[in-house]
Ligand binder design. Structure first.
Ligand code: FCB
Length: 451
């Protein structure tokens, strides 16, 4: 039986998912194509040609999935809303059938005693908006705010808090700079307008939510950056990388200005995309919570390639996940205390909105799935979270990635992150050992909470 950790009163336990990774039903009920449908159809873009066309078929099986969540005893569920279900062509009135799906999901969650925590954009941009430039176009930020209003008007009576964007850093770098995610553009530093326009979209959507009395969050992918050595060159490289990965998407919202990107040869107008008043707008609606997605720290050395002011260096001597990501639980404590030190009073309460690991899980002959590595990963990271709380960081919740094995972007169905195993041939769901462990951990905390 897992022992309860020393966590603040009201600490919330959850799981996270994202629309394109679980829903499937890409052609149903008027959903328009997204950039991920287009990208996944491109030969060689996704491992083994996998696509999200069916994924976990959650669009049809959501009652079963909500029952699995209820079985965990969750306080909250973070999911994302598929923008192309709501606005199939990126503009114009809402598609009622798209809104109806999330309406049913929200009601199902509430009946199960679970608070919905939707993310408005988890990378599945309507293809029609990509055709107009995607996030390189300023216009996309305004379309995002309109879409936010359509969804908030329908669900805001039952959904108290909202996440605007998921990991704008990863979307910009993988999608626009390197081309390994949708929309598959490889623009390197010319991708930076996609940072500014996502942040502008955040600011505009945040105002829309706040006008309706709703709480606003963002989910940023953050990583503690460690210089590969104490040499000046490695330290300067680490500072440059930290500005790009961590500060670029957090400083404007919390502090109202961009970090120094001069090491990249980039000025404060981010490639000419920043207009007067934009930064004021981005920071105007204070966050009610900062969502932190943490997977691993990053080790950075002086550049080897003249195009960039840093090079990534391997982290040796630690366990690795099936994705080959290093497992460094204390990195979460380091990250959280670092955020507190950096932002001080400007740091809102933090919720861990993603944390988890991929394991090559397969059912044994008796049908059970044993995943001790995932349990160790989660337990280690929760200890680190509790250590950060003990050091005074205000952390309000933990949402593990993920409920179900799902479509892991460019890796297709190869990386399994779920507490629940999914057989993608039959759609059979099998709770893994980590599911029972997480359920018992939540129950242990509930017992403490209820005295
Ligand atoms: C994060 C994404 C999420 C999932 C995990 C493993 O970067 O937000 O959708 O793919 O990684």
């Amino acid at each position: 039986m897992p022992q309860p950790l020393d966590l603040p009163q009201g600490f919330r336990w959850g799981v996270s998912t994202a629309a394109y990774q679980i829903e499937g039903a890409v052609d149903e009920d008027g959903r328009g194509p997204s950039i991920w449908d287009t990208f996944a159809a491109r030969p060689g873009a996704v491992r083994d040609g996998h696509t999200g066309a069916v994924a976990c078929d959650h669009y049809h099986r959501y009652p079963e999935d909500v029952a699995l969540m209820q079985g965990l005893g969750l306080d909250g569920y973070r999911f994302s809303i598929a923008w192309p279900r709501i606005r199939p062509t990126g503009a114009g009135p809402a598609n009622p059938a798209g809104l109806d799906f999330y309406d049913r999901l929200v009601d199902g969650l509430l009946e199960a005693g679970i608070t919905p925590l939707p993310t408005l954009f988890h990378w599945d941009l309507p293809q029609a908006l990509e055709d107009g430039g995607g996030w390189l176009a300023r216009d996309t930020a305004y379309r995002f705010a309109e879409y936010t209003a359509l969804v908030a008007d329908r669900l805001g009576d039952r959904v108290p808090a909202w996440i605007t964007l998921n990991e704008p850093f990863v979307h910009m770098v993988y999608g626009y700079a390197m081309g390994i995610h949708a929309p598959g553009r490889a623009l390197m530093l010319d991708a930076l307008p996609a940072a500014h326009h996502q942040l502008l979209g955040h600011g505009l959507a945040a105002a829309v939510l706040r006008e309706r009395g709703l709480d606003v969050m963002i989910a940023n992918n953050l990583t503690p950056v460690r210089p590969a050595s104490s040499s000046e060159a490695d330290q300067a490289a680490a500072t440059a990388y930290d500005a790009l990965h961590n500060r670029l998407f957090t400083d404007p919202i919390l502090l109202g200005h961009y970090p120094d990107l001069s090491a990249f040869g980039v000025g404060p107008d981010l490639g000419g995309s920043v207009r007067d008043g934009d930064l004021k707008l981005i920071a105007a609606t204070p966050l009610d919570g900062l969502g932190v997605n943490y997977y691993n720290p990053t080790r950075i050395a002086a550049p080897t390639d003249p195009g960039l002011p840093f090079a990534e260096a391997p982290i040796e001597g630690v366990p690795r996940t099936a994705f080959d990501w290093p497992v460094v639980p204390d990195g979460l404590r380091e990250l959280l205390t670092g955020l507190r030190d950096r932002y001080g009073a400007a740091l809102p309460p933090v919720t861990i909105t993603e944390n988890g690991c991929s394991v090559a899980d397969e059912p044994a002959a008796d049908g059970t799935v044993s995943d001790p590595d995932r349990i160790a990963y989660l337990a280690g990271h929760l200890d680190a979270l509790a250590a950060a709380v003990a050091e005074g960081v205000d952390v309000r919740g933990y949402f593990t990635w993920s409920l179900l094995d799902n479509f892991e972007w460019a890796e297709g169905y190869h990386q399994r992150f779920g507490l629940v195993h999914v057989d993608f041939e039959t759609q059979r769901r099998t709770p893994k050992a980590s599911y029972a462990w997480y359920r018992d951990l939540i129950a242990a905390h509930r017992a403490v909470r209820e005295g």
